[in-house]
Ligand binder design. Structure first.
Ligand code: IPM
Ligand code: MG
Length: 350
């Protein structure tokens, strides 16, 4: 097949890990006879430096014109006081492309048990879950600002969710659960928040359409504890934008390193955006120390979810797992290899 992929290297370690994933995609194209063409555009701090804004309209247009987007990372102290921060570009692009469902799989490789933050007897039970995070709504996009109240200047952010916003992401979670372990856990704060009550209503009503899926509801504080105590109990976890952001970093620690965790952001079409869940790690940028696996595994998700290339996706995932098993690891997962050498070890196994 032919596909046009837009790469957005961004800031910090972004360029190194995007290059690594691009090399993997090129290997897949060569091995399986596909034609992937790559185009690159500016985003984040790099775009602020070059053209004065983090999300130039050319980047949005290039994303719309591509078959899929591969993103590195955005942000860094350098732009902390920029009038518009680099992170706004990421949120803007998610919204602009209508990518309302963010899939974040957390899988513990047996060979990485020692890198997990969990005690051996907990890690031994295995971790294989997917967080389905709502990505274009909630408090990330609600009304916000400053106002004056009886205690002086006040800042506020608001969380609001519409039924249809919940339904479309919940359907994605149900469909995923049908293909996996048929267990869905909705994580919310329904003992306090009105939005959570609506999430519960919509999600439980939808169960009728997916009768084979067993649904459980869990408060987010308990879910955080369960992820640390008994992560093997989870299959598909459905949650709001903010809760998903927080819980996915926790899940990342349990599978060894945030450097290993990929994500896919999807909407109505097959055009998706694929990125590791970690940030730009400015302190190790350019040092050939970044773990490329999160972005490489994101590229595998692109092959599967945007291009319907299951065999190719599985080949990449298998190569990552085998390379890690052979000890081809960056320092975050207990190894001594650099980004390039770990990428080479993965590519040689495809
Ligand atoms: C993530 C990141 C982003 C988010 C930041 C960089 C805005 O933490 O993708 O998890 O909060 O969504
Ligand atoms: Mg995050």
């Amino acid at each position: 097949m032919r596909a046009k992929i837009l790469t957005l290297p961004g800031d910090g370690i972004g360029p190194e890990i995007v290059l690594a994933a691009r090399r993997v995609l090129e290997r897949v194209a060569e091995k399986f006879g596909h034609e992937f063409s790559f185009e690159e555009a500016l985003i984040g701090g790099a775009a602020i430096d070059a053209v004065g804004r983090p999300l130039p309209p050319e980047t949005v247009a290039a994303a719309h014109a591509s078959d899929s987007v591969l993103l590195g990372a955005v942000g860094g102290d350098k732009w902390d006081y920029a009038p518009v921060r680099p992170e706004a570009a990421l949120l803007g692009l998610r919204k602009e492309l209508g990518l309302y469902a963010n899939l974040r799989p957390a899988k513990l490789y047996p060979s990485l048990k020692n890198a997990s933050s969990l005690r051996a007897d907990i890690a031994d039970k295995g971790i294989d879950l997917v967080i389905v995070r709502e990505l274009t709504g909630g408090i990330y996009f609600g009304e916000r600002g400053y106002r004056t109240g009886s205690m002086g200047r006040e800042a506020f952010d608001t969380e609001s969710y519409a039924e249809l916003e919940i339904e479309r992401v919940a359907r994605i979670a149900y469909e995923l659960a049908e293909k996996r372990g048929r267990r869905l856990c909705l994580v919310d704060k329904a003992n306090v928040l009105t939005t959570s009550k609506l999430w519960r209503k919509v999600t439980s009503d939808l169960n009728e359409d997916y009768p084979s899926v067993a649904v459980e509801m869990m408060y987010v504080d308990n879910a955080a504890m369960q992820l640390a105590l008994a992560p093997s109990r989870f299959d598909v976890v459905l949650t709001s934008n903010l809760f998903g952001d927080i819980l996915s970093d926790l899940a990342a620690a349990t599978v060894g390193s945030i450097g290993m965790m990929p994500s896919a952001s999807l909407g109505e079409t097959t055009v998706g955006m694929y990125e590791a869940i970690h940030g730009s790690a400015p302190s190790i940028a350019g040092l050939d120390r970044a773990d490329p696996a999160g972005t490489i595994l994101s590229a595998a998700m692109m092959l599967r979810l945007s291009f319907d290339l299951e065999e190719e996706a599985a080949a990449v995932e298998h190569a990552v797992e085998e390379a890690v098993k052979a000890g081809a690891c960056t320092p975050d997962i207990g190894g001594a290899l650099g980004t390039r050498a770990m990428t080479d070890a993965i590519i040689s196994r495809i």
